[in-house]
Design a protein around this ligand. Structure first.
Ligand code: IMP
Ligand code: MG
Length: 185
């Protein structure tokens, strides 16, 4: 693996907390649903989901919660193949108002695939939510209905996001700098 460091904090825990608060308010501002289902895409969304749904509670949103696993990245920072559903959600989505939650919207392929997959289960509506958005990287047309932060075209880790399986536990979002291409090091 290439040498790298994660010294640069892009988004602090405090910034994450404040944004999740406002994001949950945005989501609650729409029509309240008595059949709200929030589906997190694993593994990257696990921390974001856990924090977001606690803000839901404060905004009187009471979802059922499920997860699905989408696999696309083999390892490292490049997409290995088209995303596939490797573990489906198990809640009955008939008539449900679904919110799909992912960690980051990059090429858009994962979210497009997840939405198409879930749409076939007969929900009343599907909305999408991504903590981070890298619009410069988009390969297919895809916008999230709700997004936390727009970021530059950099690889990031922390708060659930990994580089080769690592650094998910960071309480902040950090930038991955590859030191073999960074003249300052
Ligand atoms: P997409 O299908 O290209 O939009 O990629 C979405 C998935 O790629 C995310 O759910 C992440 O798992 C992964 N990914 C994309 N960019 C990053 C990044 O900067 N850091 C960590 N994972 C990323
Ligand atoms: Mg990942």
């Amino acid at each position: 693996m290439r040498p790298y460091h994660i010294d640069d904090v892009l988004i602090t825990p405090r910034q994450l907390e404040r944004r999740l608060d406002s994001l949950a308010r945005e989501m609650a501002a729409g029509a309240h649903s008595d059949n709200l289902v929030v589906i997190g895409i694993l593994r990257g969304s696990f921390i974001f989901m856990a924090d977001l749904v606690r803000w839901f509670w404060l905004n009187d949103l009471h979802p059922r919660i499920d997860f699905m696993i989408m696999a696309s990245y083999g390892s490292g920072t490049t997409a290995a193949r088209e995303p596939t559903v490797s573990r489906d959600c198990s809640i009955d989505l008939t008539g449900a108002d679904v919110v799909v939650v992912d960690d980051i919207l990059d090429t858009g392929r994962t979210l497009i695939k997840a939405v198409a997959h879930l749409a076939a289960k007969g929900p009343r509506s599907i909305r999408t939510c991504a903590l981070l958005d890298k619009p410069a990287r988009r390969a297919v047309p895809c916008e999230a209905d709700f997004r936390g932060f727009e970021i530059e075209n950099v690889f990031v880790v922390g708060y659930g996001l990994d580089y080769d399986g690592r650094h998910r536990e960071l309480p902040h979002i950090a930038k991955v700098t590859f030191t073999d291409e960074d003249p300052a090091r």
